[in-house]
Design a protein around this ligand. Sequence first.
Ligand SMILES: CC(C)C[C@H](NC(=O)C[C@H](N)C(=O)O)C(=O)O
Length: 332
Amino acid sequence: MATARPSSCGRDSVPATPRASIDVSLVVVVHGGGASNISPGRKELVSEGIAKAATEGYNILKAGGSAVDAVEGAVTMLENDPEFNAGYGSVLNADGDIEMDASIMDGKDLSAGAVSAVRCIANPVKLARLVMEKTPHCFLTGRGAEKFAADMGIPQTPAEKLITERTKKHLEKEKLEKGAQKADCPKNSGTVGAVALDCKGNLAYATSTGGIVNKMVGRVGDSPSGAGGYADNNLGAVSTTGHGESILKVNLARLALFHVEQGKTVDEAATLALDYMKSKLKGLGGLILINKTGDWVAKWTSASMPWAAVKNGKLQAGIDLCETKTRNLPTC
Ligand SMILES: CC(C)C[C@H](NC(=O)C[C@H](N)C(=O)O)C(=O)O
């Protein structure tokens, strides 16, 4: 079990906030998937992408944006980055197509939006937010989700523009090697997620993915469900990655928050939830979690998990166990 933990727990009060309002930390944590081995050549690109996304989310919070704005902003950056398995660079299904899942949730009132199996959309997380805010529903899938995107004025992005040479090779290799992913042998791909706590004490999460390489057409994983993420201001916010079928079976995100609800620390809650999935199903994965007081953790049972966190103007990030790097954010 690998953990990354904050090196300090100081407060990051918002200067303009009157004394009477809630004095909470601004916190953003992002992840870039439950990876196996990331080649040294890609490590740099992945680290950079993840740090930029966390910084983007934090800057949104500092500018007075909500937790929902921050997680959407961070995840959008990662969807646009071909090193990650979401948006541009999503892994291919058995037909060589992209089918993406994404979700977002506002811990203030539990409003939630999700899309699954969407194809020609650059930023599924933005579509999930529109489902949350502009429809009476929580979840749209496939054709209906794409029609809704068109109605909302989102331009179609041709599938070829979302596919990369790397994802084509990844599918070829996977087809040669065997078939579907095994729970205990996850392959590096790079699902993305973010959790945030804003100056009003609101929590949110977003998760976005191309799913699992060589998946059956129409397969939907955990990422657009309450297993792939959850946010409730009374408890915390979580985004998960890993073997989707296992995550769905144990309802990983809500399971971790159940332990928070029972009085566990963020570290204990993440460990209990991930250990349960591993012992019960041999399922590997990872999660990021912030509780309502701004304590956070990034934890994984997969070989590694790229993550970054910003709190008190300080960025901490890592990929492998015991590899946390800390630096101050550039002032702009
Ligand atoms: C094989 C796994 C560990 C790789 C991981 N995938 C996901 O998180 C996929 C998502 N949970 C789903 O099931 O659709 C990744 O992209 O890094």
